[in-house]
Design a binder for this molecule. Structure first.
Ligand SMILES: [Fe+2]
Length: 288
């Protein structure tokens, strides 16, 4: 095996409290949308997320991956995440200094309709939202899928992403990268590349542009979050992976994290519940 990394999604500090004490109409509406919400008395703070993110970081320290990447929705409050962010970073600082953390922008981090201001705030808190990096001879690209969802107020940012992806993927392919992997918050699609638009995925018009680039340059995997549940879909040789949340899960999967093992000839990965991590990182192998 060449190396391993850990993918996290949606630690979303503050989400549990925001959904506590929910009234019946809101509960019914969210349940109708397929969200598996638990009715609990009103609470405040983010102890729920603290406990779970601490377990994820502890598991990463024990398993010692090449890097950790968090695929968006680090904090829940779209307007003022100050306290949530402080707690996120307090725990992140306990990650071993030998393990880099990469961030991916989620819709809660840049608002559902990104603006120059919300993107600028993101850059101050987390760094660039569109970038790439290499490990050994594999290439990893991070994009901002909320801009793909709704670029109406930042159209130039959508164009910048397409230009970046086009040149970055072309260069990586030209340099002989063995694996090309993309990280997003929203999965591009649920089942089929031409399925209808919804809040769950990247809209068809822009999804098509991205998928064409992924196919053209041989991206093999897209790892994402956003659904707070595990999901796997395929288009030809491209696999789309949605990973359940570190924080509040909204499907049948528990809070957890994904180990991705990168081999010379393939990529394999497996999701683990926070309470039952593997003894060592090589044990993950379920999905290729
Ligand atoms: Fe989320």
């Amino acid at each position: 095996m060449a190396f391993s990394f850990i993918q996290l999604a949606d630690p979303q500090f503050g989400m549990y409290a925001s959904l506590s004490g929910i009234d019946n109409p809101s509960f019914d509406r969210l349940t109708d949308l397929g969200m598996n919400i638990t009715k609990v008395p009103k609470t405040t703070g983010f102890q729920y997320e603290t406990a779970r993110y601490e377990m994820a970081i502890a598991a990463a320290n024990k398993l010692d991956p090449e890097f950790v990447i968090t695929c968006g929705d680090m904090c829940n409050d779209k307007e003022n995440p100050a306290d949530e962010y402080t707690e996120l970073m307090r725990i992140t600082s306990t990650l071993s200094k030998t393990i880099p953390m990469y961030w991916v922008a989620g819709n809660h981090d840049v608002t559902n309709q990104p603006t120059p201001e919300s993107l600028s705030r993101y850059h101050k808190l987390y760094g660039d939202d569109v970038y790439s990096f290499d490990r050994e001879d594999s290439h990893f690209v991070v994009i901002n899928s909320t801009v793909c969802q709704d670029p109406s107020l930042v159209w130039n940012e959508w164009e910048r992403q397409v230009e970046f992806l086009t040149s970055d993927l072309r260069d990586a392919r030209g340099n002989g990268s063995r694996h090309m992997v993309v990280f997003t918050h929203h999965p591009p699609f649920l089942t089929f590349p031409d399925e209808d638009d919804s809040w769950l995925v990247i809209p068809k018009k822009r999804r098509r542009v991205l998928i064409d680039l992924f196919m053209k340059y041989g991206v093999s995997h897209v790892f994402s979050g956003h659904w707070h549940r595990n999901h796997y879909s395929y288009f030809r040789k491209l696999q789309i992976v949605a990973t359940s949340s570190v924080g509040y899960p909204l499907g049948g999967d528990p809070s957890g994290f994904r180990i991705v093992n990168v081999y010379d000839d393939r990529i394999e990965h497996e999701f683990f519940a926070l309470g039952s991590p593997p003894e060592n990182i090589e044990q993950a192998y379920k999905f290729g």
